[in-house]
Design a protein around this ligand. Sequence first.
Ligand SMILES: NC(=O)c1ccc[n+]([C@@H]2O[C@H](COP(=O)([O-])OP(=O)(O)OC[C@H]3O[C@@H](n4cnc5c(N)ncnc54)[C@H](O)[C@@H]3O)[C@@H](O)[C@H]2O)c1
Length: 223
Amino acid sequence: MEDASIQSVPYPTIKRYPAYLQVLKELKSTGITTVSARDIAERLGLNQVQVRKDLGYSAIIGRPKVGYDIEQLTSALHQLLGWQDPKEAFLIGAGALGSALLGYRGFQEYGLDIVAAFDLDPSKHNTAIHGKKVFPMERVPELAKRMGVLIAVLTVPESAAQECADLLIQAGIRGIWSFSPCKIEVPDNVVVQREELSAGLAVLSVRLSEMLKHENNGPSAPV
Ligand SMILES: NC(=O)c1ccc[n+]([C@@H]2O[C@H](COP(=O)([O-])OP(=O)(O)OC[C@H]3O[C@@H](n4cnc5c(N)ncnc54)[C@H](O)[C@@H]3O)[C@@H](O)[C@H]2O)c1
């Protein structure tokens, strides 16, 4: 396999890789060993030219009439995404959303291992949520340094987001996956990725209302 670098891959392509990996996983579980770009495209409702282009960054070459080797492609995409060895992360804000994320075991597969949670609320300190211990916020710097943790998942109220981010950055955190619905100011050497479930919900809502409108108008009359 040639050496491929994620630096050259456009963000929209990176965003599609998890869906490709899901298709590869499903096919593999049924004993299938190869897949074409066309098959992936059809399963995901995408354009096959786009899929082929996206997979081209992986340096895995599909064979004519056979397609891509699923094992090789999976491993190449994992490597591109840096998912082959999960990175440890802290979760900040062990409330409703934070607790749900702590309970999700699937992040390991996506290269993320949430090893501990932190919260302002003393009633949560020294408890465990889904087996993950909750620490006071004051312990972030010491534990981040000792464990070499560079990533934090931020699930605090909007009003606390910037203050928490500042503390995290001072503690050496370099990547913040933020669920708080606000912009966070960070220095150039820190990456923030904001997550917004409402973006998907907005698309669902519009598509559903378009579909219902179409159904209520009935099929167009024959000419
Ligand atoms: N992006 C999304 O799609 C999405 C979806 C749901 C919720 N959210 C956001 O996630 C955040 C959390 O929502 P929730 O429903 O879990 O709220 P929640 O009130 O249940 O939990 C928030 C937690 O943060 C803790 N906290 C508050 N201030 C803190 C501070 N300064 N330092 C450390 N911990 C602190 C609280 O004690 C609490 O445990 C909110 O900002 C909400 O808007 C985003």
